[in-house]
Design a protein around this ligand. Sequence first.
Ligand code: CAO
Length: 441
Amino acid sequence: MANIEKILLPDVGDFDEIEVIEVIISVGDEIEKDDSIITLESDKATMEIPASISGKIKSISVNVGDRISEGTVIAEVEVSESAAEESAAPEQPVETSVEQPVAEKPAPQTVVASAPESPKSAPNPPPVPASDNDSNKVVAHASPSVRKFARELGVDITRVTGTASKGRILKEDVQNYVKSSLASPVAAPAASASGIQLSDAPVVDFSKFGDIETKALSRIKKISGAHLHRSWVSVPHVTQFDESDITELEAFRKSLAKEAEKKGVRLTPLVFIMKAVVAALQQFPEFNASLDASGDNLILKKYFHIGVAVDTPNGLMVPVIRDVDKKGIYELSAELAETAGKAREGKLMPKDLQGGCFSISSLGGIGGTQFTPIVNAPEVAILGVARARMQPVYQDDGSFKPALMLPLALSYDHRVIDGAQGARFTNYLSQVISDMRRVLL
Ligand code: CAO
């Protein structure tokens, strides 16, 4: 005779109302005691919850997104009489037994799979679309830290082949999966544009709600979209905001307007910002760097090539202005105008887009108070510049003085740059922009 027993959420420490981020079991699965059944994530930790008893899953009471607490029924399990007797032993009652999250004990070693097992040495297959009724779905076994790592990279862990004992997935397996996915984006038609497999977005028939028109993305949008997506999911971003008083700089720029006109160029704040950025990169060399392929070393660059985001009719392009440290304001203005013109006319050559150390995205000519730019990987930081506005600035004597304030937003790769460095960089940059004489120091 089979008995039905409930698996309850045990005491998992100082947490209440923790979110279910993964339901590992399905109705009908045969599970062993200690197999992982669900994954929970709090703001501090991710933990897999093990089954407190062996048996066949009869029903599941939780869904992804539910918030559950100690004592919540997770599933009902049909247990054989002998197992039920074992679980009914007074010292180990099923409904009150307390299991520690897997994070604090050895992770389960069994692989529940209806698909034929792939050879351990086989490379990770190109990503394929996942769906709820995917009969090949494999319950992946990996530690919470590896699961978290995979989630941060946007990797569906059930697609990764584990190379450790009994198919257990290691961090290296996730890294290899990403590498192989990136190396074969063309062979992976179902992968996302970045080559990284994300869980499927729901397909919505918008025509059900009103008239629609389908417009293909431009080639540039598709290429830049894939690059932006990859940077977004693979770089841990932080954005540091600051502002710079450009009242004096603006007066200086305007005083040069006639001279600039004679030279056939139009001076905008951007060229001054480019020079100031170079001064800040010289002061903080870790911002003028890239991680090497292993991710263990930082390659510091001794040259100062700055990418400038240009808005073109077909989408965003980031041509690179070389050796900004060696060029004057007028030369930079002329080159910027020529390069932006080429970008808009679709005349840039591949070399014009290569070799950048750091990028600037200026929306100041358009408007907005702030925005968070995406790091142009493999660079490690990017500066966003929004529109300067006159603002009352408090003075030490208690009065307010009108000042033209320029909003700055520095996004950086937190693997390379710490928050304190980010703040020091924008602080320094803000001072240099406010007083360009500092560029001479
Ligand atoms: N605050 C106030 N005014 C600003 C400003 C700022 N931060 N930046 C520029 N301006 C002013 C300029 O001085 C100019 O006015 P004047 O002619 O009166 O001097 C006007 O705005 C237009 O400037 P511009 O945009 O033509 O020139 P620029 O050198 O500032 O920028 C370029 C050149 C190529 C960067 C710009 O044209 C462009 O394409 N910007 C969009 C970048 C973009 O799309 N970024 C988003 C990427 S993420 O999707």
